[in-house]
Every structure is written in structure tokens, then in C-alpha cells.
Design a protein around this ligand. Sequence first.
Ligand code: GLC
Length: 468
Amino acid sequence: MPNVLFATAELAPVARVGGLAEASAGLVKALRAKGTKVTVVLPDYGGIVLDGETSWPLDVPSWAGPARVRQGVAPGIGELVLIDRPGMARPHPYVEPGSGQGWPDNDHRFLGFSAAVAALVVETKPDVLHLNDWHTAATIGFLATPPPTVLTIHTLGYQGLCQKDWLQRIPFESWRYAWYESCNPLLGAIRSADKIIAVSPNYAKEILSESNGQGLHEELERRGSALVGIRNGIDTEIWDPTRDHCLPEPYDHSNFETGRDRAQVELLGRFGWKSSNNPIMGVVSRLVDQKGIDLLTGLGPYLAHLPARLVILGSGQSDLTQLVEDLVVSYPHHVAAVTDRYDEELAHQIFAGTDLFLMPSRFEPCGLAQMQAMAYGTPPVATSVGGLVDTIVDADDHRATGTGFLTKTLDLAGFVDAVHRAVRAYRVTSRRRGIQRRGMQIDWSWDEPAHEHVEIYRQLGQAESSKR
Ligand code: GLC
């Protein structure tokens, strides 16, 4: 089994902003369960306690130091390596909590982190180096002879674009990081990695088009078969209605009505709402542009006519938080929202206790929430983008296999139409139950995706040893 060094800027439950944290944690856990030795490396943002800690200095360029490794066991993760560097420990990994703006020295923070990861690679000589998103993408440029390298693109939306001067600090093949008048960390890894994994097969195709390639479609096209798509999984130790302690009663795909009804009563009780025969729709999302919050709030005028009620759990950008709060003020009998925090228990209750799950993302490399919703028996209503297309089968187009509803067009009219179709299906009990049961029966775990990763590591390892 290959020895993998896995570098990421987020890891649940200790450093969590979005899906990157869940995906990193879920994949690492599944790889380890398959016997792969994975050293997972995360920036030391402060406040993370390790059991049995050992610590030693790393040999990094002077601008990036001093840097130290802290190695130990973290709760909920297992073996973990933290890299402690000046400027890394902050209350939020990327943004200043007051202003919501990115930390002005994020280039220094994450290029320095990448330089430190490279130093660790030199020290520990892994068989495979696995990088995730722009925060770790510069690592290859700090290695004279990099091991076989995998880059996972969780989103092309953030590339880590920074001043051209940074190229002078990248010692090896820095031209790969050059992008017009700037330095583009993600691009450098796209040009250098042996394998590029997009987080779903459809996203791997989408990013080759000018409209979805965020300026890099030609660069990606050039990599040919090095680019593949593997969908994410969900962590079924956390997301499993048969053993979820946040729910009043466990349930499974053969008997879910009572358990879900009880979860709904509890959910509605939180907002002082009473049960009715009309559907409750749920949202669990970061409030960022990508998530189509404008489409969601556009539903407001339709709610009374559908009729349906909407429960939203989400926090993030202040402008979008305001949009959601305005929606609650305009439609107090139809919309309830929690926007000031992520509430784990409420998230579980929404997945179990709503009748439809809304996900109108403008783009979505994979998306995890739609899989969590289906695992809990809540059919998703989503836009036809990215991994949503790979994971949801439209129940009007495919009567026998449908698991949710996908928009026909990427605009408010398309979204309203999909919601209408979903509510219509909800009203026909036998149809509704079939859609729910099919979604619950699919294996959404990391098992198969992790197997595909192991295959890639193995192929890269073989190619490397035949070079020697
Ligand atoms: C990013 C993407 C999301 C994906 C997650 C994990 O958050 O936006 O679609 O599921 O990364 O890969």
C-alpha cells in the first residue's frame, strides 16, 4: 500500500469552513480504513489539542519560517500533522471575522504553508503527494524532485491569485505558476500534477468549457487524460439516520414515515410552527454567491400559492444573510431561518424533518448536502450543475429511478418549475415514498470513491518504480 502525504487547508471537525473540510476528513478516514497509510497535514490555526504530541523544526526558506511540525492524535481524526508558522494562527482560516474580507496576507500564509509541506515531503519521502485546492498547490514548486502528485480541485473558483513577485520565491519551474501579470498557485499545480481529480465526473467535463473553466479551461484541456472526475462521498458515521443521536427516533429505508414525522414535529416546534399537510422545504448552506441564494429568495412570492414552508440554516456573506433575513420579514408565516451560526443538531433535523431539500447552486463541483438529504429520505430539488447532475436523477424524466428534481434552465423560472414539480410529486403518497426510498438505498459513503483513489495512487506508484 502506498504511503500518502495528504495536504489540506480544512479538515473536519477541527478546521471547518465548507465542503473541503468534510471531503478531506471523509476521504482520509475511508483511505485509512482500506489500509492506506495517510499522513494528513493541516495548517496550525491555533487551539487544536493533540494527544501524545511530538514537535520538531522544519527546514524552510527564511521568508516562510520559522516553521515547526506538531504531530499527534486529534479527536475525531486520528494521526494528524499541524504546521505551525508565523501568521497561521487566526480565528478564521481565510477571512477577518469583522470585515468578512480575506486576510491581506493569505498569499504569504498559504504559500508559506506550501513551502513547509514541501520541506516535510523532503524529510518523510512519501510515495504519493496529494494536494487539495490552491492553498497547497504551490508545494510542487518548492520540490526539486517531487514524488508522484495528485491535485484535487474542490473548486476552480479560488485560485490564490497573487502578486507576480511571488514567482521569485518559487525555486523550481516557477514559470508554471505564471499567469499574465500575476502568480497563480492553482494553475501551477494544474500544469505540474501527475493526476488531477475534479470532485465529480460532470464537474471534470464542465471545467473544460470556457463558461465554467474560470479562465483555465485551455490549461485543463491540455492535461488530457490526467484530468478525471471522482464524486465525493459523505461520512456515514455522521450522516446515517439509523444511528443519529440528533433525531428523536432512528429510521431506515424500510420504515421511515414515523421517524421522519417525529423529526418534523420537533423541527417545526423550534420555530413555533404547527404541522400541516403541506410540504416543508429545507436548506442547509453556506450563504455565498455560489449557492444561488438569489434563486432561493426569489421563491418568496410563490410560497403561499404552492403552498409550502421553508426552513433555512445558513451563514456567510453579509449581503446574502441580509437577503435571507429580509425574506423572513416579508413572509414570516412561510419562512424561518437561522443565519448567525452553523447548528449541527438543527442541520440533522432539517435533513430528516423536511419534505424537500432545496439546492439552487449556480455552480457546484460536487456538493455534499444533496447526498445527505437523500440518505435521510428528503428528495433534493437542485440546479442541473456539476456534481448535482451526477448524484440526482430527475423523478419526472425517469419515473422508475428518480431520486429528486433537477432544473431545466438555470434561472428563477427553471427553479420555480422544479419546485412545483417536486410539490406535485409530494402529494402522491406512493410516488413520494418511492422517490424517498430510492435515495435512501444508494450507497453515498466514501467506500467506492476511496477505492478509486487507491487505484490512482497505485498506478502512480507503479509508473514511478518503472522509471527507476
Ligand atoms: C467545495 C465545493 C463543493 C464540494 C466540496 C468538497 O466546497 O463547492 O461542491 O462538494 O468542495 O469537495
